[in-house]
Design a protein around this ligand. Structure first.
Ligand SMILES: [Zn+2]
Ligand SMILES: [Zn+2]
Length: 275
């Protein structure tokens, strides 16, 4: 069964990722305005009304900004936690449909399964997602302050992962943000640094993974080259030459196909030494 994804927007300007597989089409986050979201879907060859659901990871504007208006305009149901719905102010709004999901739950649309995974972030009930079609899985995590065991476990069997590589610590420290915001980003419920991602790739990546996409880079506190270099060095240290590395720009990516790994060794599975 085939599975593919396409990032439509990434970073503080707005996040959205389209995933297609198992006869279904879903959006993970709708942080772009509804018109821009529709335009980017159309340039990906997708009719916005053909989407089966929009899963919203958390209430921050760069993930939820366009969700309500997009849902209403195109008749696409939202899927989100009760906490996110309340915090975003969606609870009282009129929506065509709203599916409540809880962390740990899996929603299946035709043959596409979307599992909600709790992540540590300063929002009401923030989620990462693992999307699976048959034996192929794609992990998607933006906005988390540290690598939780639950997330690393959920990602271990993924054939492709997208993970935020938000900041370079030196750039953040010396950058223009007020100290209170720097503390928030650096804290355990803020965002992942390039080094955090390196740790995930070196020690926590499952043997099945063949594709890593770095996303949600800060424009002020990171450079694409720094993020890519840190990730590439971590993969090299782990001897993972078979893993392709890509980066989502603010405008997103092209379609990326997720393929099931045939040669899944037992070498690395179960050898998580992050904790
Ligand atoms: Zn964000
Ligand atoms: Zn956030």
């Amino acid at each position: 069964m085939s599975l593919r994804f396409r990032v439509l927007g990434s970073g503080s300007g707005g996040n959205a990722t389209l995933v297609e597989g198992g006869g279904a089409l879903v959006l993970l986050d709708a942080g772009l305005g509804p018109r821009q979201l529709a335009e980017r879907l159309q340039s990906a060859g997708v009719d916005p009304a053909a989407l089966d659901a929009v899963f919203v990871s958390h209430e921050h504007g760069d993930h939820a900004r366009g969700a309500l208006a997009f849902s209403a305009k195109w008749g696409v149901p939202l899927a989100l936690t009760r906490g996110t719905s309340r915090a975003a102010g969606f609870a009282a709004a009129k929506m065509p449909a709203c599916e409540e999901i809880a962390p740990g739950e899996t929603r299946t649309i035709r043959k596409l399964a979307v599992r909600a995974v709790a992540v540590p972030h300063d929002a009401a009930s923030p989620l990462a997602f693992v999307v699976s079609a048959g034996a192929v899985s794609f992990g998607h995590a933006t906005d988390l302050g540290h690598l939780s065991r639950g997330l690393v476990d959920a990602f271990r069997r993924c054939d492709a992962v997208l993970v935020e590589s938000n900041y370079d610590p030196a750039m953040l420290r010396d950058g223009p943000y007020p100290w209170s915001l720097k503390e928030r980003i650096l804290g355990p419920f803020g965002h992942l640094s390039n080094g955090d991602v390196g740790r995930l790739l070196e020690k926590g990546l499952g043997a099945a993974c063949r594709q890593v996409v770095l996303a949600h880079l800060s424009r002020k506190n990171n450079h694409p080259e720094l993020a890519l270099q840190a990730a590439a060095e971590a993969l090299a240290r782990a001897g993972r030459r078979e893993v392709a590395l890509a980066l989502a720009t603010p405008e997103g990516t092209d379609w990326i196909a997720v393929r099931a790994s045939r040669a899944v060794g037992r070498r690395r599975d179960g050898q998580m030494r992050l904790f």
